[in-house]
Design a protein around this ligand. Structure first.
Ligand code: MG
Length: 404
């Protein structure tokens, strides 16, 4: 038979529900009634007539942690007060636990304090004022702990939210930085890479090349320096917007002619550089010829229903310029040789390409040792070096003899 009486459950009146919920457990109904009279003005009260019944009551509650305080008798049949509290302590650790008993054995007190984590041990007969005060203080302690727990939970939630916010802001910042970097490495008009890109990424490409050369001595990085012929005339005749249209369309053609792994760099104005990996000099010349003929046959849309034909000139070279002499020339110096080759193409009627390369039959070791300035020599005395066959050039087969 359940000793828990439905009448003992909290009433539904709002006023009643506002009161703190406490539990009284005693095997003597008289004792329960005395306690009830003393406390019911300030608390909602539920009762049990022994430990087992109180546990059953707790088991049937949706949230037993709502019980803020329990006063239990020690001497009860089946389950003693200490045993009862011990059984529920893990489920409701914050509930204040008070034992009220006439049985004042020291061992029971010690057991109760240790096992049931007791708030207070009171002996019968009790002083009503003292008991009333103890219950009030106990409930206050419970509520203060709940407030602290809630505060900590809120704080944790707040920290979590702030951390999430911070994370989101970091993400946004990283994205902004990435797009800023992309912006600073990309030519705004054409979408091609810019000089910064080449300067930033070529060192790691050179390091890779150096490693690869150990197993494949023919590896190189090809440079094509490309310039639109008479571009200034386009700007002067049709205006800068028309010139910009040509540059954009020109970039599209170069992109189509390149492999995905090649780098297309707008070097400045109407001058572009293609950096191509894993191409022989013949491969680079084929690429140059493909670009030359594509540009020659293309009709460039200037906007406003106007269009023109354009041509371009191309200078070709590869790094390392001297095979087996990786350190003799820098990549910038080698690129200047491509510029020199471009100059030769311009000087020989434009709409053509010229490549400058080493003479593989020549022994450069003697030439470059002792601080011989090979680079300065090429830049100043190219004709002499070509005569000496220290540098060779190539051009399309159909072109006339090269003029210097
Ligand atoms: Mg008893």
């Amino acid at each position: 038979m359940s000793v828990f009486d439905i009448k003992n459950l909290p009433t539904k009146s709002n006023n009643e529900l506002d009161k703190p919920l406490i539990m009284l457990v005693d095997d003597e109904v008289e004792n329960i009634n005395v306690l009830r009279q003393l406390l019911e003005a300030h608390f909602q009260i539920i009762t049990g007539l022994n430990g087992a019944e109180a546990i059953e009551l707790i088991d049937n509650m949706v949230d037993p942690t709502k019980i803020q305080l329990i006063i239990t008798d020690q001497r009860m049949p089946i389950v003693t007060g200490v045993e009862f509290l011990e059984k529920i302590v893990d489920r409701m650790p914050d509930t204040i636990r008070i034992i009220l008993t006439g049985y004042s054995d020291t061992q029971v007190i010690i057991d109760a304090i240790n096992k049931a984590k007791l708030y207070k041990f009171m002996t019968k007969p009790f002083d009503p004022v003292e008991l009333s005060m103890t219950v009030k203080r106990g409930v206050e302690a419970y509520q203060m702990r709940q407030a602290l727990v809630n505060y900590a939970a809120n704080l944790e939630q707040l920290v979590e939210e702030r951390t999430e916010e911070l994370h989101e802001k970091n993400e946004a910042l990283n994205q902004a930085l990435t797009s800023l970097e992309e912006l600073s490495l990309t030519d705004q008009l054409t979408g091609a890479h810019n000089r910064h890109f080449l300067k930033k990424f070529i060192p790691q490409e050179l390091a890779k090349l150096k490693r690869e050369l150990a197993t494949n001595p023919d590896e190189s990085i090809g440079f094509l320096m490309i310039d639109i012929d008479y571009f200034k005339k386009v700007n002067d005749t049709y205006g800068h917007d028309a010139g910009d249209n040509v540059l954009v369309e020109f970039t599209q053609i170069l992109t189509k002619c390149c492999r995905e792994s090649d780098w297309l760099v707008r070097w400045g104005g109407e001058e572009f550089v293609i950096v191509a990996r894993g191409q022989s000099i013949e491969g680079l010349e084929l690429l140059a010829e493909r670009i030359r003929s594509y540009v020659e046959s293309n009709v460039f849309d200037l906007g406003c229903n106007q269009s023109i034909n354009c041509t371009c000139s191309i200078g070709i070279t590869g790094f390392p310029f001297l095979n087996n002499h990786f350190e003799t020339l820098t990549w910038e110096q080698t690129l200047n040789f491509a510029d020199l080759a471009l100059y030769l193409a311009k000087n020989n009627g434009r709409n053509t390409w010229v490549s400058l390369l080493e003479n593989t039959d020549y022994n450069y070791s003697e030439l470059i040792k002792g601080g011989n300035c090979f680079y300065e020599n090429v830049m100043k005395n190219l004709v002499d070096l070509i005569e000496l066959q220290q540098v060779i050039y190539r051009k399309p087969i159909a072109d006339k003899q090269l003029k210097f």
